[in-house]
Every structure is written in C-alpha cells, then in structure tokens.
Ligand binder design. Structure first.
Ligand code: TXA
Ligand code: MG
Length: 325
C-alpha cells in the first residue's frame, strides 16, 4: 500500500509493466490483466508475498492459487506433465486453461500458494501484457481473481479497485478482459483427466484434443477432493439470484439472454447477448452482475442460458452466485 492509503494505478505501457514487475520482484501485490479476468499477483516463490494475497482477499488458506508463467517451457519446468497434460498444454497455451499436475522436483511455487498440496496449478495466459509482465518477473506469479473472496470476479480495473483499493500495492490497467470467465481448470494427476472448473476453453475443445470424455471433479472413492477451493457459494453479488427465470417478479432486476425473458417498462435489466452469442454473454457476465447489483434490487432474475460451449462456465458461475450463503 502507498502512503495515501490507496493502491498505485499503472498504465500498461512499457514503463508501467516494468514498474509492476519491479514491485512483484520486491514481494508486493500487483493486480494485472489477463484475457479471462484480472488476477491479484504476487511472487509465488515467496511465502510472505503470497500471504499478502490471502490477506487482501480474505481468502481461506486451504484454497490454493494458480501460478502464472510467461511461456509453456517455464510452466512445464514446474510440474510433471503426463501425455494428456502435454497435449492440452500444447493445444491451449497461451490461453484460458489451467492445468493441475503433480509438482515437479524443481517446483518453486511455495507450499502456501499450493495450500500444502502435492500438486500445482499452472497457467500461461493469452494476454500479451500479462506475458510481458511474467517474462520480466522471471518467476511464477500466483494469481487468484482480484476480488474479495466469494464475490464477483473483476473484468475491468475499476472492478478490482471497488473491492481491493488500498488493500493491494498496485494495479496494472490493461482495459477490459475479453473472455470474461475464468480459465478452465483440468487436473492431470495420473488417472484420466478431470474437469475441476469449466471456463474459457470449452469441454468440447478439450475432449477433441484428448480424444476422450473428461471426467467430473468427483474424486475416486476413498480419496480426498482434488479442488479444495471450489466452494459452492461464490461469485456472489449482494442481491439474491434466481435462476432459469421465465417471468419477472415485482422489484426484481433482470439478467436477460437473447431478449428473454421479456421485461416491462421501468425494470432494470441487462441482456448478456441480444443475439444469444455465448462468447459475448461470457464477456459481459460479471460486469452485468455488478451493474444489476448496484441498482439496489433485492433479487436478480436470470434467464435460462444454454448448457453448451461457454454456457457450461456461465451456468457454473451463476449456480454458485445463486447458492445459499
Ligand atoms: O482465469 C483464471 O483462472 C484467473 C486468472 C487471474 O488467471 N484466476 C483464477 O484464480 O480464477 P482463482 O484462485 O480465483 O481460482 C483458481 C481455482 C480455485 O478454485 C482453486 O481451488 C483451484 O483453481 N486450484 C488451484 N490450485 C489447485 C490444485 N493444486 N488442485 C486443485 N485445484 C486447484
Ligand atoms: Mg476467484
């Protein structure tokens, strides 16, 4: 934190990226843009720096963090990649895919960032600003979404500041995140690959590369859950969230899709995609939830969203936003 009690804003030009990298190297917390959502970065090899992430977010320490690397070679040096993990890395990095693999003998991601697990979550983001930043840091950068734990993820610098201004050292403003939902998390831990969290790479694209169906997150009988941090209530606005709404109750704000459900005059509503394009809907999702929440409505009615392509990730986030808190 700087001495004004607010976080330093950096523009994502060469000087701003260099300053962000310098601060990460000193153990500070710096929010940075990726193509999915903004991350809250800290040096993943430095437990004191990683502890600052958990504190700023109020994040439970049993929930491990993703380590971000500038390129696939640096990411592969951190973990043990089986055939499936290698194929996925080669097909989707850089991009919105996180691979959970056994930590390698030379892994520099500290125990705190891994929440004490024997595995490590690795990602090479597609955003050029992020990769430039990561290359300058030259170490893995831990990066959860840059929101208070349990709340809606940020797709703009203003969203990050709304949650974390004064709680983090700096933010690198790289504009709006184009994908809008987080990376897909796939575990490759020896057995068949498992989809731990749907996200920016669709199940269909993953299965095409793997040549087989992805299993779900449920652990094999008698083993511990793989994704300790996949909490049921998450991405939550202040308002209650009512799913699969085909009609609107008095006083509700409405999250629409493809023009549905119809709304009367004077109703606060936002259409995720008037043309029913799931990519556009994903990009707008978190911003729209924030806007509807700010209207002060006690409840947000959400139109049905098709469970195909990016719809799987959108529906996952909406179910968690609607879960009992
Ligand atoms: O798109 C994204 O993935 C963004 C950007 C900033 O990269 N990051 C992000 O991080 O969404 P976070 O912390 O909000 O979500 C990471 C998820 C959590 O559900 C966490 O539990 C899971 O990945 N995870 C991390 N390490 C894991 C591990 N070793 N085993 C299982 N799950 C893990
Ligand atoms: Mg998150």
């Amino acid at each position: 934190m700087n001495d004004l009690g607010s976080s330093l804003r950096l523009t994502a030009d060469a000087a701003g990226i260099a300053e962000a990298a310098r601060r990460l190297g000193l153990g500070q917390t710096v929010a940075f843009p990726t193509e999915t959502v903004y991350g809250l970065g800290a040096d993943a090899s430095d437990p004191a720096a990683v502890a600052r992430i958990y504190t700023a977010k109020d994040r439970p320490r049993f929930n491990p963090l993703i380590a971000h690397l500038a390129d696939a070679a640096s990411a592969k040096a951190q973990g043990v990649f089986d055939g499936a993990a290698s194929r996925l890395a080669d097909a989707f990095w850089p991009g919105p895919l996180t691979l959970v693999v056994p930590a390698g003998p030379d892994c520099t991601v500290c125990d705190l960032a891994r929440a004490g697990l024997a595995s490590v979550a690795l990602r090479v983001p597609g955003n050029a600003i992020a990769r430039d930043l990561l290359a300058r840091v030259g170490r893995p950068v831990a990066g959860p979404s840059a929101n208070r734990s349990g709340r809606v993820s940020p797709t703009k610098a203003a969203h990050v500041l709304a949650d974390l201004d004064g709680r983090i050292d700096a933010i690198l403003d790289g504009g709006t995140a184009p994908v809008g939902v987080e990376s897909t998390v796939v575990a490759c831990l020896g057995g068949p690959p498992r989809l731990l969290r749907p996200g920016g790479v669709t199940r269909a694209d993953l299965e095409r590369v793997l040549g087989c169906a992805l299993l779900g997150p449920e652990p094999a009988a008698g083993t511990a859950p793989i994704g300790p941090g996949l909490l049921v209530s998450h991405y939550a606005p202040r308002a209650r969230v009512r799913l699969d709404a085909v009609t609107v109750e008095p006083g509700e704000a409405v999250l629409r899709f493809g023009g549905m459900p119809p709304v009367g005059a004077g109703v606060t509503s936002h259409d995720l995609s008037p043309t029913a394009d799931l990519g556009q809907a994903a990009a707008n999702l978190f911003s729209a939830l924030r806007v509807l929440d700010a209207s002060g409505a006690a409840s947000i009615a959400v139109a049905p969203i098709p469970q195909m392509g990016l719809g799987e990730a959108i529906n996952d986030r909406l179910r968690r936003a609607a879960a009992p808190r």
